[in-house]
Design a protein around this ligand. Structure first.
Ligand SMILES: Cc1ncc(COP(=O)(O)O)c(C=O)c1O
Length: 463
């Protein structure tokens, strides 16, 4: 006898994560196969930027490639370089750059680069510095108003690209653009954007680019899925490749008009934790910061140990949580009061449920997932946002657990390659000088010198 009152303890299990995002790689593979079945012999560029929308880029890359994706799309060159460090050697493209982008390393690691304007010149200079041709996809702004050349500047961009290509610095491998309203498939702006891109491709061909060698791509998930239901949304040109992100993760860009299931997609992410406290409270109990919720009658409250530090939106009051108590049927309850940094509260709706026989303490609590779990869109609605944001913002404090996947058994090994791209003073000087003609003339002169004499004056790191 210890003299200490016995207290009810739920089953303890320190061996499993307390907060988890379960990623179903079988679902990802099934989604990839579904997209492939919709696009015929076109290529699928699997968009795995932003750590694969929160799902984990290396694992999603492997699953997507295993299921037939042809290329990987990342927004930053640094994201693509990191994936190379994870041993992923598939074709990759990255398209959003700053003067701080490490173009040299990207070229050395065989990453294709989108180019919209100034970045084309930076890429060419980096290519010269490392002594390798850069793979380039030229980007046109067909109406979204973000990156991409303007329609007006397009011929100049193509002409510059042709010069760099002739000088042996780049290979133009693609032309692409991004859609503004594809998630509103009834909106005619999408057909306008497609027409602009196709015209720009014809112009590029007239200026000298070889259409046969170009991958032309524009469609994202909504455009790809809409094109697969022409009875609803008419014919959409998908050209040579589609760039799908959201659909890989099994989420619908058309919610609430079409659910993921209707579109043949399976949600891949389930986010959950375990109830950390259950308590009886009287009527009039305020809940969480600001006391924005007050119980109307005696009830039982359960504490869910996740909050905005875990990426759960603070504003999502009234969002659903599915509880799986050991001694009572599973049920969906609502978040009450403010979501805090680390926790939130759900109201179980009646008193007496703290009794251990119900098993609420320690019960699995699922915020969103597939099947009977709340849909991520319910969280998006509660937070006034979209499903893209809810999955992407789940923070690193939430452990990712992977299930399924045909390549899953192979260990992913992070193995960064060091010192491949030393700062090249000559490159930086050339870049800041910024004189196209001078740069090209100097390059061709060197190129000729290199070809005629065997002198080794060009500095090519790692050559
Ligand atoms: C240029 C580009 N292409 C494709 C995508 C993928 O879009 P979605 O997730 O709607 O398929 C994105 C995502 O924002 C993007 O920025």
């Amino acid at each position: 006898m210890t003299g200490i009152d016995e207290i009810y303890l739920p089953e303890l299990n320190p061996f499993e994560p307390e907060r988890y995002a379960l990623i179903d790689l079988d679902a990802v593979e099934s989604n990839v196969r579904h997209i492939k079945s919709l696009i015929g012999d076109r290529s699928l560029i699997a968009i795995i930027k932003a750590d694969a929308y929160g799902h984990g880029a290396p694992q999603i890359a492997r699953a997507a490639l295993a299921a037939g994706a042809d290329m990987l799309g990342l927004v930053h060159a640094a994201e693509a370089i990191e994936l190379r460090d994870w041993g992923i050697d598939a074709p990759m493209i990255a398209w959003l750059h700053t003067p701080h982008t490490d173009f040299m390393r990207a070229i050395l690691r065989d990453i294709a680069l989108g180019a919209s304007g100034w970045d084309l010149d930076a890429i060419a200079r980096a290519a010269r510095s490392v002594g390798m041709r850069a793979r380039v996809h030229l980007k046109l702004d067909t109406g979204l108003g973000r990156n991409g050349s303007t329609l007006e500047d397009w011929p100049k961009l193509v002409q510059r690209a042709l010069k760099y290509q002739d000088a042996g610095l780049i290979s133009v491998e693609g032309i692409f653009s991004h859609l503004a309203v594809a998630d509103e498939p009834w909106n005619a702006e999408t057909t306008v954007q497609i027409a602009r891109l196709l015209e720009a491709v014809r112009d590029a061909e007239e200026l000298g680019l070889d259409r046969e060698k170009l991958m032309v791509h524009l469609a994202n998930s909504p455009a790809t899925l809409a094109a697969s239901i022409p009875s609803h949304y008419g014919e959409l040109a998908l050209e040579d490749a589609v760039r799908c992100g959201l659909a890989l993760y099994g989420l619908s860009p058309f919610y609430p008009h079409h659910s993921a299931e209707e579109l043949g997609l399976k949600p891949a992410m389930t986010v959950g934790t375990f109830v950390s406290a259950v308590k009886e409270v009287p009527a009039g109990q305020g809940v969480s910061y600001g006391l924005r919720y007050q119980t109307e009658k005696p009830t039982t409250l359960a504490l869910i140990p996740m909050g905005y530090a875990d990426g759960v939106p603070r504003v999502a009051e009234n969002a659903p949580v599915r509880l799986y108590p050991a001694g009572a049927p599973a049920r969906t309850v609502r978040v009450v009061g403010r979501i805090a940094m680390d926790q939130m509260v759900v109201d179980l709706g009646e008193p007496g449920l703290s009794d251990p026989s119900y098993g609420y303490l320690g019960a699995r609590a699922v915020l969103f997932g597939a099947g009977e779990d709340p849909a991520v869109e319910e969280w998006a609605d509660a937070a006034g946002t979209i499903n893209y944001e809810i999955v992407t913002r789940i923070s690193s404090r939430v452990e990712r657990i992977y299930t399924g996947g045909s390549e899953h058994s192979e260990e992913l090994l992070y193995d960064p390659i060091q010192d491949e791209s030393p700062i090249d003073e000559e490159f930086l000087a050339a870049w800041s000088e910024w004189h196209d003609e001078e740069f090209l003339a100097a390059w061709s002169e060197r190129h000729q010198e290199d070809n005629t004499s065997d002198s080794d004056t060009e500095s090519t790191p790692n050559a």
